[in-house]
Ligand binder design. Structure first.
Ligand SMILES: Nc1ncnc2c1ncn2[C@@H]1O[C@H](COP(=O)(O)OP(=O)(O)OP(=O)(O)O)[C@@H](O)[C@H]1O
Ligand SMILES: [Mg+2]
Length: 372
């Protein structure tokens, strides 16, 4: 390959990336707390978590802009902790994609190659090749201020790819784009990533983006790794109350665990009725207080005669959202439960004040965690 491979370590696509017990302190702030992530070669991993949970800090550590307090960054089996950024085979698109305003688009893309001592002619041809890849081959002579936000974003991506990285780091690369452009860019990045096989970490706080783009999602909260799983598991089998409520939405109901084994549990809800659940997570024994997470789409509202062993309530509000109908139902413990159902016809919309019964669409969909 031409490009960065001429200078420092020769870039190999599809390298494994192991973050081994990474901890980062800023004074008294514990920004990253003992995070271990074992990322496969060619994998696209999304780092998902709320603002301030340590996502950018982790990327800066991988790229070598900051030395971690503890732990190791291991690429292709070799620790790279001692290497400066330009000797790491890592391309990064920063959170604000900061292009250099005084350089042309082509110079921006060639920047990393220049920093790696690549000759001028190769810099030019590689920059052109990368701009073609992101479909901006005709705009190399423009200045960044003469581009739209989406075009600037693609230049930043071309700049990160130009160094022929074995690891690509993208920090909220689509945050500034409108919805349509964002979808175009998501598809584009996924396509380039698949074609090139570059091991990629995509930082986002947008759960849909994480679930739709990633092979695996790492959910972070307050510097700690909550779960690292494929998107379907993150959504359907969350490991913690945090993941269950951060990804998708959930009604939280309290109750007492009656019994449980590996395949599921039974919970008596404070609001009345019992419910069959997934196997409880964490330290909880029969008789213990638990929190049940019920997703709105896992419930149905019906008017059938309410038995003692069901969850009863009164409709507060019905929202016909088009293809779905959402009801908010006040239940016996005073809390409001949201139910989201596919719309069949207008008869499915209940008026405020209607007494109803809530039933799960299937058993064992709800998650259970030890009460906090
Ligand atoms: N240079 C710094 N000095 C001190 N504290 C910092 C520094 N950089 C980040 N922090 C703190 O470390 C924590 C993690 O910050 P980080 O930028 O990694 O979060 P993030 O997950 O990227 O958030 P966002 O989604 O808002 O970009 C935050 O509490 C932040 O205030
Ligand atoms: Mg950030």
């Amino acid at each position: 390959m031409v490009g960065a491979s001429q200078s420092s370590q020769s870039a190999q696509r599809g390298q494994t990336l192991l973050l081994d017990g990474i901890t980062q302190r800023y004074g008294n702030t514990l920004a990253v707390d003992d995070v271990t992530l074992d990322i496969k070669g060619g994998e696209l991993v999304a780092l998902l978590g709320p603002s301030g949970c340590g996502k950018t800090t982790l990327l800066r550590i991988i790229a070598g802009f900051m030395a971690q307090t503890k732990g190791h960054v291991i690429v292709g089996g070799e620790a790279i902790d001692g290497l400066p950024p330009n000797r790491r085979s890592v391309g990064i698109v920063f959170q604000n994609y900061a292009l250099f305003p005084h350089m042309t688009v082509a110079e921006n893309v060639a920047y990393g190659l220049d920093a790696r001592g690549v000759d001028r002619a190769t810099q030019r041809s590689e920059a052109q090749r990368m701009l073609d890849l992101v479909k901006l081959g005709h705009l190399g002579d423009r200045m960044p201020r003469q581009l739209s936000g989406g075009q600037q974003q693609r230049v930043a991506l071309a700049r990160a790819l130009a160094v022929n990285p074995s690891i690509l780091l993208l920090d909220e690369p689509f945050a500034a784009l409108d919805k349509n452009l964002r979808l175009d860019m998501q598809i584009e990045v996924k396509r380039i990533q698949r074609l090139s096989g570059i091991t990629t970490i995509l930082v986002t706080h947008d759960q849909e983006e994480a679930l739709s783009m990633a092979d695996r999602v790492a959910v972070l909260s307050q510097g700690r790794l909550e779960q690292f799983s494929p998107p379907t598991e993150i959504y359907d089998a969350p490991d913690s109350l945090f993941v269950n409520t951060f990804v998708g939405s959930a009604n939280l109901l309290s109750g007492v665990l009656l019994d449980a084994d590996r395949s599921g549990g039974t919970v008596r809800l404070d609001a009345g009725g019992t419910i069959e659940t997934r196997a409880p997570k964490g330290e909880v024994r029969p008789g213990g207080r638990v929190t049940v997470c019920l997703r709105p789409e896992h419930l149905r509202v019906d008017q059938a005669a309410a038995g003692a062993d069901t969850l009863n309530g009164v409709v507060e509000m019905g929202l016909p959202l088009g293809a779905t109908i959402v009801h908010e139902v006040r239940i016996a413990d005073g809390s409001a439960v949201k139910v989201s159902e596919p719309r069949i016809d207008r008869a499915a919309l209940f008026a405020p004040g209607t007494p109803v019964r809530l039933a799960p669409v299937a058993p064992r969909l709800a998650s259970v965690f030890a009460a906090a």
